[in-house]
Design a protein around this ligand. Structure first.
Ligand code: ATP
Ligand code: MG
Length: 183
């Protein structure tokens, strides 16, 4: 259903520039071992709810759903790295999902479903994609978890954003088209 008549969108948590820089440093370290395609620093994010390709008129309904979300800000810390062999994605994840993140994601997801958007049934697995087409064999076993840094890398989450994704010559291009502050 992708095409000129649709808009590809998702909700995400976006790191501040200092966090993005630390995340990218970890990505470069992983890239040295696993190869693949390094995500650009200004594109690093954690997807909160993937909507996919929708009619542009439906974006207004996404905004209404997001307006209704009431959730407090929280600290986010990514404390493990891994590589999914089935899709060759090297990522940062977290051992434990903070309650506040769970609350935000489930509140947003419930409101989106109420508005008729079909979301993934899979359990939420917050992560930041660092590499595509990574050679996961560089990590010894499937989904091996490693400590990516001496300190967890994260940021203070104060808002969430709606992002439009479009295809460009050098991969997906992202444009923030909405931002909602947390309490
Ligand atoms: P590309 O697909 O061009 O390699 P991309 O995956 O970053 O780039 P999108 O496919 O638009 O761009 O995805 C936007 C975000 O949503 C990414 O973080 C991606 O991992 C996530 N995403 C994509 N498809 C799904 C899906 N089916 N379920 C959950 N998250 C998804
Ligand atoms: Mg994709």
């Amino acid at each position: 259903m992708a095409g000129a008549a649709t808009t590809r969108v998702f909700f995400a948590l976006w790191p501040d520039t200092a966090a993005a820089s630390r995340l990218h440093a970890l990505a470069r370290q992983l890239h040295a071992r696993l190869g693949g395609r390094l995500m650009r620093e200004d594109t690093l994010h954690a997807t909160l709810a993937f909507i996919g390709d929708i009619a542009p008129e439906r974006v207004a309904d996404l905004r209404v759903a997001a307006d209704a979300v009431q959730a407090p800000g929280f600290e986010l810390a990514f404390d493990e790295s891994g590589c999914w062999r089935h899709n060759h994605i090297a990522y940062l994840g977290m051992r434990r999902i903070p309650q506040a993140l769970h609350g935000l994601q489930s509140d947003l997801a419930a409101r989106l479903r109420e508005a008729g958007f079909r979301l993934e049934a899979r359990p939420f697995s917050p992560h930041i994609t660092l590499l595509r087409k990574a050679e996961c064999a560089g990590m010894s076993k499937e989904k091996e978890k490693e400590n990516p840094a001496t300190e967890p890398v994260g940021w203070s989450v104060r808002d969430f954003v709606l992002v439009k994704s479009s295809i460009s010559a050098n991969g997906s291009r992202y444009e923030q088209i909405g931002r909602w502050p947390l309490l």
